[in-house]
Design a binder for this molecule. Structure first.
Ligand SMILES: [Zn+2]
Length: 220
């Protein structure tokens, strides 16, 4: 067992961080350290490989690779989170939920997963009317409605590509924290709304459509 230096909680050797406080500083028995490290490294390599497969849209292979990662290290939270992503991006929201829950259970501080879990639960909900159209707060504020096509483009882009990568998840995490106040401000000042719309949102939509067009061509 490892012992957290910060809160003294004991936890499984294969865990990367303390399940109680999230600290990555721990004490461990040096006798089996190299075996533990090997397993963690191998699993992490497979997670990276799975990440690339997922981003390329190869969900079947990504699932296989992530399964192997979890077999080697059942405490790799990213493998569980990304397995959730594999199902999420295929629209299999109900199947995504247990993987995302497990990722959170392993590491309560894992970035992006709480948001993904909330969305998966909303989208898997039986009554589509209660499904929340979450979204791009800033774009929604600028265009006045979450149903505008530009907003849809951004939302689809976020769902398929941004949540895929760890960096993307970190970006979304920051974005969700920062953008509601910005969106509120934009909504309350018409001139600012026009400005943000012209300068920020429209070019972003154009870029996203361009990237989307390119990747769709490559894939199909
Ligand atoms: Zn701790």
């Amino acid at each position: 067992m490892k012992k957290c230096v910060q809160c003294n909680t004991e936890f499984e050797d294969l865990r990367h961080s303390c399940p109680k406080c999230g600290s990555t500083a721990f004490q461990m028995d040096m006798d089996n350290a190299s075996d533990i490290f090997d397993k963690q490294t191998k699993a992490a390599e497979l997670v990276t490989q799975g990440d690339q497969l997922m981003q390329a849209g190869n969900f079947k292979e990504a699932e296989k690779v992530l399964s192997r990662a979890i077999e080697i290290n059942p405490y790799n939270e990213t493998a569980h989170g990304n397995m959730g992503g594999v199902f999420y991006f295929q629209g299999r929201y109900a199947e995504a939920i247990p993987w995302l829950e497990k990722a959170l259970e392993i590491n309560p501080n894992i970035e992006g997963v709480p948001e993904a879990l909330r969305e998966a639960r909303a989208k898997a909900g039986a009554n589509p009317k209660t499904t929340q159209k979450s979204g791009c707060f800033i774009a929604t504020a600028c265009y006045g409605s979450p149903d505008r096509q530009e907003v849809e483009t951004l939302r689809a882009f976020r769902d398929r590509r941004l949540l895929c990568s760890r960096l993307g998840r970190r970006f979304m995490d920051t974005y969700y924290r920062l953008s509601p106040p910005v969106a509120q401000l934009v909504q309350s000042i018409p001139l600012l709304r026009l400005l943000v719309n012209t300068v920020v949102v429209n070019p972003v939509v154009a870029i996203v459509r361009y990237i989307d067009g390119k990747t769709t061509n490559v894939r199909e």
